[in-house]
Design a binder for this molecule. Structure first.
Ligand SMILES: Cc1cc2nc3c(=O)[nH]c(=O)nc-3n(C[C@H](O)[C@H](O)[C@H](O)COP(=O)(O)OP(=O)(O)OC[C@H]3O[C@@H](n4cnc5c(N)ncnc54)[C@H](O)[C@@H]3O)c2cc1C
Length: 399
């Protein structure tokens, strides 16, 4: 038996793609390797564009309230003492502000919605290999082999299997991150044990030498800690291990003994890019389709938007009996994100040069209009080309 769509990975991108396709009446199976949700290295902070994308998909306000906590602003702090707040145009309410997602609530909720819409969710099923169906008249269904040896045939395969996507690697489209090797650690601590978060409810992005830490409040009076380490930290990490390195970083934030509430989950290497996002019978969504870095925080929003574009393209292709291609998905993703990617790379270019980053941070702290535009662009709330306009760059960089 051949199903319409197999989705590899039941994170936010896979769950939403399955939800939208099941709603459109297609036969969808989600294959998620984790038997039940458990904390893994992933991100929680999203600009208001993230929750807006979920609302557009039809996620109700009450459901958002269950998994998203509003955040007043993102405070960026540099090693040289510069500091500025990005509000993303919000006022601190769920309706218009950034949020910290409780991934332990969000991910299962989206999978439940996918199942309620008619998708079959198979938890505890790891996909071990994928053979896509080739092209032209000899095209066969794609064949997915699970870790237990069972096989599933599907007309279309969606790779929603995160930043180390098996599908992207199998297809030969995965490439190393364009901004060099980094390792990430991520976990939760009680908000009361971390200075500078409550009562304002700001998130913090603390830039250190060769590393940075993102701190975002989430439900349950917890703070999500996301640490990104550059190569200068790798020897320490190898010697001391993840939990001890996390404790060293927390000590620099004034919280040496903060309690890790789940586990220090790691990802190495962090980030990758892909040379293609779609083929004749496959496409990649969410982090599987490329993820640069958490600093500009576009992972979740992009996962949500990619699911919408993917479901549209797949619906179109299936209704055309396989005669329509999935190339429209790649075009839609490029149209939406190519310029933003240039901005994100520019920000990474500043971040890699501490003197320049300090200079830019001081100007952002002093120039309200320039700062607001930067927040809106980074938050996917204004066209990215605004940040590349020579007049904007002059206003940002002028002494
Ligand atoms: C440290 C860190 C901090 C981050 N911070 C932010 C942030 O602040 N803001 C933000 O927007 N984004 C952030 N991100 C990125 C964010 O976590 C991702 O963009 C988001 O989780 C993408 O969702 P996804 O569904 O594409 O992938 P994932 O959430 O990674 O889900 C992939 C799923 O696929 C499953 N899977 C993988 N392989 C297989 C297989 N072979 N068979 C079956 N199932 C499989 C996994 O178990 C998982 O459930 C961060 C990432 C990291 C690592």
């Amino acid at each position: 038996m051949t199903i319409d769509v197999a989705v590899v990975g039941g994170g936010p991108a896979g769950a939403l793609t399955a939800l939208l396709l099941a709603r459109a009446g297609h036969e969808v199976v989600v294959l998620e390797r984790a038997p039940a949700w458990r904390w893994r290295a992933c991100g929680v902070f999203a600009s208001p564009a993230g929750s807006a994308a979920l609302r557009d998909i039809g996620i109700a306000e009450a459901d958002l309230e269950r998994c998203a906590r509003p955040i007043t602003a993102m405070r960026v702090e540099t090693p040289g003492g510069a500091s500025f707040r990005l509000t993303y145009g919000g006022t601190g309410t769920l309706a218009d502000s950034p949020v910290g997602f409780d991934r332990g609530a969000l991910d299962p909720l989206l999978l439940d919605f996918a199942a309620a819409a008619g998708a079959e969710v198979r938890a505890g099923v790891a996909v071990a290999s994928v053979e896509t169906g080739g092209t032209g008249v000899s095209r066969r269904p794609a064949r997915l082999t699970m870790a237990d040896g069972s096989v599933l045939a599907a007309r279309i395969v969606v790779g929603a299997d995160g930043g180390r996507s098996l599908l992207a690697q199998t297809l030969g489209v995965a490439r190393r991150s364009p901004i060099g090797p980094r390792i990430a650690l991520s976990f939760h601590v009680p908000a009361a044990e971390l200075p500078g978060i409550e009562p304002a409810g700001d998130a913090r992005m603390v830039v250190l030498r060769g590393a940075y830490v993102g701190l975002a409040p989430v439900a349950g009076s917890r703070v999500n800690v996301g640490i990104v380490l550059g190569p200068s930290w790798f020897a320490d990490l190898r010697r001391d291990g993840g939990p001890a390195t996390a404790a060293t970083i927390l000590a620099r934030l004034g919280a040496p003994n903060a309690t890790v509430l789940d586990r220090v989950a790691g990802v190495a290497p962090l980030g990758h890019r892909v040379t293609r996002r779609a083929g004749p019978d496959w496409l990649l969504v969410g982090d599987a389709a490329g993820f640069l870095d958490p600093f500009t925080g576009e992972g979740l929003h992009r996962a949500f938007v990619s699911a919408v574009f993917a479901a549209e393209a797949i619906d179109h292709a299936l209704r055309a009996g396989g005669r329509a291609s999935l190339a429209g998905y790649a075009t839609a993703m490029r149209g939406r994100f190519a310029t933003k990617d240039v901005v994100s790379r520019l920000v990474q270019g500043f971040l890699a040069r501490p003197g320049l980053f300090e200079y830019v941070a001081r100007r952002l702290a002093a120039r309200e209009q320039v700062r607001e535009t930067m927040g809106l662009v980074i938050g996917d709330l204004a066209p990215a080309r605004r940040a590349l306009d020579p007049r904007y760059l002059a206003a940002l960089l002028a002494p």
